[in-house]
Design a protein around this ligand. Structure first.
Ligand SMILES: Nc1ncnc2c1ncn2[C@@H]1O[C@H](COP(=O)(O)OP(=O)(O)O)[C@@H](O)[C@H]1O
Ligand SMILES: [Mg+2]
Length: 447
């Protein structure tokens, strides 16, 4: 991609309305634009990040055995009356009437709809288990939308729903999502901590929020430091095997959000040196709720004994759009974003220090072609801007590698590679630079 053709409206000043780094940087780097309170347009650069996040989430859902589909954003109130949630949901739900005066709503979540879809198609325990998911925009009329995409009103969520014949089956589905979530966030470069979370009126122990530690997080959290170092299952994880030992390992250490925090237990279980009392961002939430929707909505399955019973369900959300903000909170400095390779909008920023100089233009064109041919995503700054401006802009948008090409270096047969993560700089021959960047990007993309 040539920057001269791209749409990258960067801002010099930090917008006054943004309080936290990720919100400031997303606005400054031309990733998003607020269209209404808590409602954002994803500009080209931000959109690329969103798609990368979405794709990692998708790959790990597929790996765990969930099946992708797409449900509509607009739902009928009728469905929500069946579960009893239409009145209960309150002002967070955006209620709409169509031209025939039918009551509709913009979905804040999809338990009712998926239950309706499931009951239309599955009758017997023999058809189970099933896990279905979609990645779709939600609307929740939050009282206080804030921190940009972190707490929006319209936001992109991945939501999975599991269907099982009995509690043991439901537990196995829950465990699959637990492991899929650990892997999903790790692939993005994030260390997520599964924390005991509120189950609401259902009770039980099967609800975990996946939290990324960050000073600007909205949740107060308490956990054992050793959780940060636990190994996460690799790409060869067998989702048909018994995953309970993995879950047991993670849940053997204390980790709870404020609502579930028990100070006495925390102090008894965790030595002072290992205690973390901090803030965190909820990037995912998994939940087992049994028959909560299947019973009132009559999603029945016939068991081996020939008797009908409500199917066992769980739901599992990932904040896809929130993750863009969470990633910046984890990866930035004063100059801008520092994207990990797997979620970077482009892998490499190619900086032409003297646009119009024949030798420099030619060297850039050659490097560009070689990188693209090698499967590398390149944003080529071919604008006439001065070097200082180009450097600042590249640092702001935070692509993992900068390949800097100028006439003086070329005379010595050299170009420069700068790594945004640690600022390391290498001067080397153009071909060697291209090879090094290609190799390092490909290594970072291994799953
Ligand atoms: N207003 C929001 N803006 C952005 N992401 C959100 C918002 N609300 C929820 N999410 C994301 O969606 C995931 C699933 O949502 P859920 O747990 O149902 O919401 P809540 O925690 O508000 O009850 C959350 O873990 C979070 O990452
Ligand atoms: Mg939640």
């Amino acid at each position: 991609m040539r920057l001269s053709r791209y749409y990258l409206p960067v801002l010099k000043e930090t917008p006054a309305e943004a309080q936290i780094a990720s919100h400031q940087l997303m606005l400054r780097a031309g990733m998003i634009r607020q269209e209404s309170a808590g409602i954002y347009a994803w500009l080209p650069l931000g959109f690329r990040v969103l798609k990368k996040i979405e794709q990692i989430v998708r790959e790990e859902q597929d790996r765990a055995g969930a099946v992708e589909m797409l449900m509509p954003t607009i739902q009928s109130a009728e469905l929500w009356r069946e579960s009893g949630r239409y009145e209960a949901y309150g002002k967070e739900m955006l209620r709409i009437k169509d031209r025939a005066d039918r009551e509709m709503l913009f979905g804040p979540t999809n338990e009712e709809m998926i239950t309706e879809i499931f009951r239309a198609g599955v009758r017997s325990y023999k058809d189970l288990p099933k896990m279905l998911y979609h990645i779709q925009w939600k609307f929740r009329d939050e009282v206080r939308p804030r921190f940009g995409v972190m707490r929006g009103r319209e936001f992109l969520m991945k939501d999975t729903y599991s269907f099982d014949a009995d509690r043991d089956g439901a537990r196995r589905s829950y465990n699959k999502m637990f492991v899929a979530y650990l892997r999903t966030f790790r692939r993005m470069g994030l260390t997520s901590i599964p924390m005991r979370a509120d189950t609401g009126p259902i009770g039980g122990d099967l609800s975990h929020e996946f939290i990324v530690l960050a000073e600007t997080g909205e949740s107060a959290v308490f956990c054992d430091r050793r959780l940060l170092d636990l190994p996460v299952p690799g790409a060869d994880a067998d989702f048909d095997a018994d995953l309970q030992p993995v879950i047991d390992r993670f849940t053997s250490y204390y980790a709870a959000t404020e609502e579930k925090h028990d100070a006495a237990e925390f102090e008894a279980k965790v030595s002072p040196g290992e205690r973390i009392a901090a803030r965190g961002i909820e990037v995912g939430h998994i939940f087992y709720f049994g028959e909560k929707y299947s019973a009132p909505m009559r999603a029945m399955i016939t068991g081996p004994d020939g008797k009908d019973r409500p199917v066992e369900m769980g739901s599992y959300g990932v904040g896809v759009s929130r993750l863009a903000g969470a990633l910046i909170e984890a990866y930035h400095d004063d100059a801008g974003c520092k994207w990990p390779v797997p979620v970077a909008p482009f892998h490499v920023g190619l900086v032409n220090l003297k646009q119009g100089d024949a030798a420099t233009d030619e060297a850039c064109a050659k490097a560009y072609a070689a990188l693209v041919a090698g499967g590398i995503e390149v944003l080529y700054d071919d604008t006439p801007a001065r070097p200082g401006e180009k450097f600042a802009r590249m640092d702001l948008i935070g692509l993992p590698f900068q390949l800097i090409v100028g006439p003086r270096g070329l005379e010595a047969g050299k170009v420069e590679v700068k790594r945004r993560a640690d600022g390391r700089r290498d001067e080397l021959a153009p071909d060697a630079a291209v090879d090094m960047v290609k190799r390092d990007v490909m290594n970072a993309l291994k799953v």
